[in-house]
Design a protein. Sequence first.
Length: 214
Amino acid sequence: MLNKYARAFFTRVLTPFAAMLLRWGVSPDAVTLIGTAGSVAGALVFFPRGEFFWGTITITLFIFSDLVDGNMARQAGRSSKWGAFLDSTLDRVADAAIFGGLAMWYAGSGNNDLLCAVALFCLASGQVVSYTKARGESLGFPVNVSGLVERAERLVISLVAAGVSGLHAFGLPYVEWLLPFALWVVAAGSLVTVLQRMLTVRREAFEQEQVGAR
Ligand SMILES: CCCCCCCC/C=C\CCCCCCCC(=O)OC[C@H](COP(=O)(O)O[C@@H]1[C@H](O)[C@H](OP(=O)(O)O)[C@@H](O)[C@H](O)[C@H]1O)OC(=O)CCCCCCC/C=C\CCCCCCCC
Ligand SMILES: Nc1ccn([C@@H]2O[C@H](COP(=O)(O)O)[C@@H](O)[C@H]2O)c(=O)n1
Ligand SMILES: [Mg+2]
Ligand SMILES: [Mg+2]
């Protein structure tokens, strides 16, 4: 949903910034790499220590590179299959660091095995959501479904909740439950999305077989 409705807005907002980076001689691949490195560092330095506010601010600053790199490639007429592969592959790395960092907190000082398991479930199911589409498409199916919780939703729900929960450390009361709640929402939504995508590929495979049998 966000991918459909918010992308146009962010494209408009980020286009001048992307153009400026191109004028400075920065390449889309460099933005992809630096954005991922910053997101991973923000997640793995701050989240395992329970510093959710600063972790979220750092990740947010870097994660928008994922919208800038493609914008730069398109403006420069340099969109490439390598760029698409690099972008998608490093998305998985950043996602693993974000949910892995949260799991590390709950496994350590956060001291909550159940929430550690939920964070790990978010990590694994998010990767499977992306895999269903990549594998389906590699087999030649259109995989004509986005599903309930795409990557943008997973990130926005988790990061807004982590950032606001982090304000508890500055004395804001009653916000610390937001992150656990968001993790349950992302876990349930990702499970639904995996099923939606699997059922879509199953339908598309049967339809293709029926056409082939005629
Ligand atoms: C009191 C304050 C507390 C602190 C609050 C901090 C608030 C921080 C809040 C949110 C920040 C979240 C930012 C999230 C930005 C997400 C950007 C992003 O990742 O966009 C990428 C996404 C997909 O792009 P791709 O096509 O490159 O990726 C594909 C995708 O990954 C597929 O995955 P799948 O869906 O299958 O799982 C893969 O299959 C595929 O391989 C891969 O190529 O782009 C979009 O979706 C575009 C829409 C982005 C919408 C972003 C909305 C952001 C909304 C609010 C931001 C608020 C910002 C506030 C800043 C405050 C700073 C202090
Ligand atoms: N280093 C890169 C990154 C991306 N691309 C191209 O952009 C597409 C992704 O666009 P986003 O707005 O989602 O970032 C991707 O499929 C590539 O075509 C690129 O060429 N090089
Ligand atoms: Mg990108
Ligand atoms: Mg991406």
